[in-house]
Structures are given as structure tokens and as C-alpha cells.
Ligand binder design. Structure first.
Ligand code: GLY
Length: 354
């Protein structure tokens, strides 16, 4: 897999000009959703004004990461004369970079694309590492491909306009990166105050976080082994997220991951001896910042069913997890039985006061 360049943008216009000039292409396309078309694309106006850029706009939100919108992008590319040498720029959050990346992966067997993430979650996770895809038949990212952007341009100027919830949603992926990386990084992140954000501190933390992810992806781009570390918190987190959607009380991805981390650090404690003190400190941070997602013990069977469908599991009768034996000590391919998973859900409910 080609490696992608991650660029810390200090001047969006001149950085994009430079990158686009370096990538050989004929036609240029920019994909946004309805939100980023209004809120972010205008920042590129001075550049777009002098370029012949074809704009594609799709509806916002993860529920629109669909086959229909993928086909809409393909149609736009075809009808506007895109060739194998065209360049696509995805400007948006994870939804835009996921579907745009997959459109690029599949159009004429693959065209070059650039990601410009506009959310914290996108910058620290979705835009980086080459995973692209769409949701299908009610399952998140069911169809997709590993197909990295030629370049990811990260500009912190988008972060300051994000609301507290969107910051926290991205921050849980940063916390995950810190947990799989080192005690020092984890300690730094637990000092984060979402009520009084220091954007300079946050930007530095974002780039450290992206490097942690990059290092892992470099070692195992197709997730055969160590990249599974990035799934920490996501097996339970995805189950919470899908369940939330089904019960019509959708939650942000990063919130589901934060709550998933509570259960999975408990499993880490029980299965791999993850220390109690680190568990408690992390759980307190998550509860203080992310509150709770309500569930009761009658929901456990269904959550377990969702977990067994998770594509990271080898078969339907066991659930495969990435766990930790300590902060920075990754244990991939650990299996937990149903009873223990139910206990981890009890622990989650106790921890968040349900
Ligand atoms: N979001 C996890 C990964 O990129 O592997």
C-alpha cells in the first residue's frame, strides 16, 4: 500500500496550491457534504476562484454514507469527464473522507485523492490510514477498501469552530491512541479540559496522535496484526453505536468509543491484568466528559449479537478484542466469553451511574 503524506497545514490556501501542483492530474473535483460546502469550502474560495474545480455535494451525516450517495459521486465524476488521471479532494469529516476515498478507490479502478479533514475525529482517525467505505444493510463500513489518500492536509483552523461535543468525539480516538502508546501520552491527555480548550495544546496533541496511528499503519497497513490495536474500545463501542441508532437515539462515534473503552479496559483488567488505578482514572475521565448512554441488562443479549457480527471476529460464537495489559502494552486477538462481556457491561453501567 502506498504511504500517505501527512501535512500540518499552516496556510490552507498556499498548502493546497502546492500539493495540487505536485500531483499530476487533469480534472480536479472537490467533494463536500452540505455542511462543509457552507462552512469550510468558502475558506478555499480564493484558490477555487482561479481553478477549474468541479464540486460534488452530498447530504451530511454518517447515515448518508450509502450506496446511493456513492453512486451519486460516481455519476458526477462520469458526467463531468473525470478520467483515471483526475484528482479528488475530500473536504469534510469522516463521512466525506470515507465515502470519497471509496469513490476514488473504485472509480476507473482508482484515482488519486487528497483528504482535508474538517473535524477532529476525521483528522486523528478517519482521514488517515487508508480505510475507505460505506455503510450497508445497517452495518457500518460493511463495504470498503484499503486505499490511502496521496496526502492528508490537517489544518487546526477547523478545530476552533467545532462545538464541545465534536471535540470530545475526536478526543476519544486520541485517548485510545495514547492508551495503546505510552503512560506519558496517556497522562498528558487526562489533563485535557473540554470546558476551557487550549487549542495550541490540542493541536500539538493531535499531531502526536496522528503519528501514533501512522506508525502502526506503516507496520501493518492491511490490519493483519498490530493495526488491530486501533480497534481498542471499538468492539463494544460499535455495538453501542449501532444499538443507539436502532433505538433512534444516535450518538457520536467518539462518544460510543469512549463508553466502549470503559467496558474494554475492564476486560483488559480481567483478562490481561490491566492495572486498577489506570482503569479507574480513565473511567473517571470518560464519565466526567462523556456522561452516559442508557442501557439496561435486558439489552445485553442484543449488544452481544451485534458484537458477534463484528467483521473483526473469526466466528460468531466468540468475540475477539484488542486489550491492554498496561498502558502501551497491546494484546491483540484476545477472546472474551459471553459472561465476562456481560460483566463488562455491568461495570460500564456502574461506572457511569446507571
Ligand atoms: N480506525 C481504525 C483504523 O484505521 O484502523
Amino acid at each position: 500500500m502506498n504511504m500517505q503524506r501527512i501535512i500540518k497545514s499552516t496556510n490552507l490556501i498556499s498548502d493546497i496550491e502546492k500539493i495540487v501542483a505536485e500531483i499530476k492530474h487533469d480534472k480536479l473535483f472537490v467533494l463536500t457534504d452540505e455542511h462543509t460546502a457552507n462552512l469550510c469550502l468558502p475558506l478555499l474560495d480564493p484558490w477555487i476562484a482561479v481553478k477549474d474545480v468541479s464540486r460534488v455535494v452530498i447530504p451530511a451525516n454518517d447515515t448518508n454514507k450509502t450506496l446511493e450517495n456513492l453512486a451519486y459521486i460516481w455519476k458526477h465524476l462520469t458526467q463531468n469527464g473525470a478520467t483515471r488521471h483526475s484528482l479528488l479532494i475530500n473536504l469534510g469529516g469522516g463521512m466525506v473522507t470515507d465515502i470519497g476515498g471509496f469513490a476514488a478507490a473504485t472509480f476507473k479502478r482508482g484515482i488519486t485523492y487528497i483528504n482535508i479533514p474538517t473535524t477532529l475525529l476525521g483528522a486523528v482517525d478517519a482521514a488517515v490510514g487508508g480505510k475507505t467505505g460505506i455503510n450497508f444493510e445497517g452495518f457500518k463500513n460493511e463495504i470498503g477498501a484499503f486505499y490511502p489518500a496521496a496526502c492528508v492536509l490537517i489544518s487546526s483552523r477547523f478545530f476552533s469552530s467545532l462545538g464541545r461535543k465534536d471535540i470530545l468525539s475526536g478526543f476519544s480516538e486520541m485517548l485510545k491512541h495514547a492508551l495503546i502508546n505510552s503512560e506519558a501520552e496517556w497522562k498528558k491527555l487526562l489533563t485535557f479540559d473540554a470546558g476551557d480548550i487550549d487549542y495550541e495544546w490540542l493541536t500539538d496533541a493531535v499531531f502526536r496522535s496522528v503519528s501514533i496511528k501512522e506508525e502502526i499503519v506503516k507496520k501493518d497497513p492491511f490490519e493483519h496484526n498490530i493495526r488491530k490495536a486501533l480497534n481498542l474500545g471499538h468492539t463494544v463501542g460499535h455495538a453501542f453505536e449501532s444499538f443507539a441508532l436502532e433505538t433512534e437515539r444516535p450518538v457520536l462515534h467518539g462518544y460510543a468509543v469512549a463508553w466502549g473503552l470503559i467496558s474494554e479496559l475492564y476486560l483488559s483488567h480481567r483478562v490481561c491484568g490491566f492495572p486498577k488505578e489506570e482503569l479507574q482514572k480513565t473511567v473517571r475521565f470518560i464519565h466526567r466528559n462523556y456522561g452516559a448512554f442508557a442501557l439496561d441488562c435486558d439489552d445485553y443479549e442484543h449488544l452481544y449479537d451485534i458484537m458477534t457480527h463484528d467483521k473483526k471476529n473469526a466466528n460468531a460464537s466468540s468475540v475477539n478484542f484488542t486489550l491492554l495489559s498496561g498502558v502501551g502494552d497491546i494484546q491483540i486477538n484476545r477472546v472474551a466469553g459471553k459472561d465476562l462481556i456481560f460483566q463488562s457491561l455491568d461495570f460500564y453501567r456502574d461506572s457511569v451511574g446507571l
